[in-house]
Write a protein that binds this ligand. Sequence first.
Ligand code: PLP
Length: 366
Amino acid sequence: MNNHVTVLEIDGNALLHNLQYFKKKLNATTKVLVVVKSFGYGSNAVQVAKFLEKEVAYFAVAYTDEGIALRKAGIETPILVLHPQVQNLELLVAYQLEPNLYNFSIFNAFLKLADEKLLLNYPIHIKFNTGLNRIGFWHTDVPKILSEIIKNNHIKIASLFSHLAASDDVSEEEFTTNQINNFAYIVKQFYEHLAYKPIVHILNTSGIINYAKAQFDMVRLGIGLYGFGNDIEETKQLKNVFNLTSIISQIHLIEPGETVGYNRAFTANKPMKTATIPVGHADGISRKLGNQQYSVLVHNQSAKIIGNVCMDMIMIDITDIDCKEGDKVTLFNSQEMILNMAEVSETISYEILTAISQRVKRLLKC
Ligand SMILES: *Cc1c(COP(=O)(O)O)cnc(C)c1O
């Protein structure tokens, strides 16, 4: 049991709102794959997947064990494993997960396994590198892939996909359009040689926002579901999903000249009241937020973090706030706060969310 008083609450209604918001940008027939990798962007992949199972066509995770956790929780929706590892392929099949095959070493390993296990039309996904240069086959690999696939009834291509490198950046429109066109040309070759039509997809959240015309058959929705678009206007249309709260463990009254925390980083210049909160850098609160760079909320009033962020605690200035030990403290409860935390931490919303460590209890509320 996780009885920590620091809790990350996940707002189910906000997830639904955000999903609907993106669905409205798409054709009615376009499928939605929801990305729940890395614990559902730091939320709770199992709870989010259970909650949204009836609303989506596919889920995606990064690694095989993330997919296994969903299957063990009873999720039956198809699950695409974006970055399966060769050594996990047997397990992947045992749990009916669908691999992304992105180069010939994993492609051949999977074909060998499918052959040995006498699999029939096992769904696989083929990813092409069209410019991100991360993982994916090259367009020049198409003839070889096709020749392997056409004579093989152990596997079936469930989807063909690629990933955009700069879908959030409209100044890179020419590059992105090129990626889309090159991908469309690859797809065309598959259509010409296959007796069936795999699902085709290239858009992530910011792709849906900026390049909806390239939605093909499916889109892969990640950060948008969790409340963040690629600009502030888009984010305002979305609802905040994450509320991170804790409580006041202890209150101190300190005199001028006294210091707070490690390295005596903060010195009081007046009589002060401070509160200690049981959340620290081991919970995902960056050390960059210390020394008055970030404010939390106590009874809706803002209270700066003073001194250095400790591993398990922070201290805050509550001199002007009427509160007592045990009272609730909000680390963030809006997109503005999360974006501010990201800015001060010198990172992006994705990292803030996924950095909230597994020690913090998750609660889905709807
Ligand atoms: C993480 C990921 C996504 C989701 O991206 P967002 O920007 O969060 O929407 C989509 N596709 C792939 C291949 C990914 O790795």
